[in-house]
Design a binder for this molecule. Structure first.
Ligand SMILES: [Zn+2]
Length: 233
């Protein structure tokens, strides 16, 4: 019997003592379960300790059923807090303020760019007058004014460009978060009735890493996007 897919976590679970990976493995001969099938105990094993690669003062094995049960509880808790808030509320809290701020700054900066560019054009049109001796400015003064103004205009152009790309990136994040929220709603409905492989896929999508220490103390780190959504929910 393969131990593949036995634990709900793989690749994202770590030892809280040495920092190494925990890997799922079966141990012992197993016992016959109620359905008459051979059932082996699945453990998460500290890789460093089992391979004697590094000192580790933590336990070598953790029963996966116990760790998985806690992870599943955390996932249920996550779904419960998300389904309590309407999608629009979450989106509003996460993005509205930030996007509005960007929109206002972009508007103000573009307006200043228009004004400064207009002034630069006035100075430039003075150059010809200067050559015919009809300008109110001397050549030196005019050339200095043009240089200064051109520098301001260039800076403002760069600022507008940067604000525009921040807006574009923000819009992308809004889209991806909306998609994620739709997924989350579906996953919340399906999770309890899903098979092990689906649960594992869902867990891998939501959890960045789980750290396990002595006495089954768990630290569960959701991924950044989930944290942001949770914060707003
Ligand atoms: Zn360890």
């Amino acid at each position: 019997m393969s131990n593949r897919g036995k634990g709900i976590l793989s690749g994202n679970i770590f030892c809280g003592h040495c920092g190494g990976r925990l890997t799922a493995t079966t141990s012992g001969r197993g016992k016959i379960n109620a359905d008459g099938l051979l059932e082996k105990r699945v453990c998460y094993v500290c890789y460093n300790q089992s391979r004697k690669r590094k000192e580790c003062d933590g336990p070598c094995t953790y029963t996966s059923a116990r760790v998985d049960a806690e992870v599943i509880e955390a996932i249920r808790g996550l779904f419960a807090s998300l389904t309590g808030s309407p999608k629009d509320d979450i989106m509003g809290k996460v993005f509205d303020e930030k996007m509005n701020d960007l929109r206002i700054r972009l508007g103000q900066t573009s307006e200043r760019l228009r004004e400064e560019t207009a002034e630069l054009q006035i100075y430039e049109s003075e150059v010809i007058k200067c050559l015919t001796g009809k300008s109110r400015f001397s050549e030196d003064v005019l050339s200095r004014l043009i240089d200064e103004k051109a520098e301001i205009v260039n800076k403002l152009k760069l600022e507008v460009k940067s604000l525009e790309s921040q807006m574009a990136a923000g819009t992308e994040t809004v889209k991806s978060t909306e998609t994620k929220l739709d997924y989350l709603a579906t996953w919340a409905d399906l999770f309890d009735s899903s098979d092990m492989e689906t649960k594992k896929m869902i867990v891998a999508n939501l959890i960045n890493r789980v750290t396990v220490s002595k006495d089954y103390r768990l630290t569960i780190e959701f991924n950044v996007e989930i944290e942001r959504i949770l914060h707003a929910a």
